[in-house]
Design a protein around this ligand. Sequence first.
Ligand SMILES: [Fe+2]
Ligand SMILES: [Fe+2]
Length: 166
Amino acid sequence: MLKPTVLEALQTQVQQEMSNSYTYRAAALWLDQQMLHGLAAWFRKQSADEADHAQRFIDYLTDRGAAAELRALAAPKNSYGSLAELIQATHGLERHTSAAIHALHALAVKEGDLPTQQVLQWFIMEQVEEEKWSEEFLQMVKKIGDHVGSVFMWDHRVGKLAVAPE
Ligand SMILES: [Fe+2]
Ligand SMILES: [Fe+2]
């Protein structure tokens, strides 16, 4: 049986992952409107990955004999002032998510919940990857600035990565 504190934190994390998925889905729509179709494809893939993260937590709750509860999601941000603004928000969101996963792990340690600690190992390493690409994207937009040609070249490269991931 999951302790109520751990159960509540896992339910909140399902909501966080679904919210991330929604945010990236909206980002992809905005990117398509900017004709940045490569980045849009990347963000659609991230949206699918975030929904997978939610499903991993849902499956784990089921395995522990608890029913996952799908909660209300706030409307995502649907437009951005610039590509840099979107990438900064993305970087911030991934860092925020890492902090939430780490806090969840600390709670599982405090509650002596070994299976939850084990399940979180995958998420801890996944967040290393998530922070890696979002940090790289941040460095890239800083380098490129408003240079339209460079933005479209980068967009093309990211689009290729989205269809044939590393
Ligand atoms: Fe995630
Ligand atoms: Fe993520």
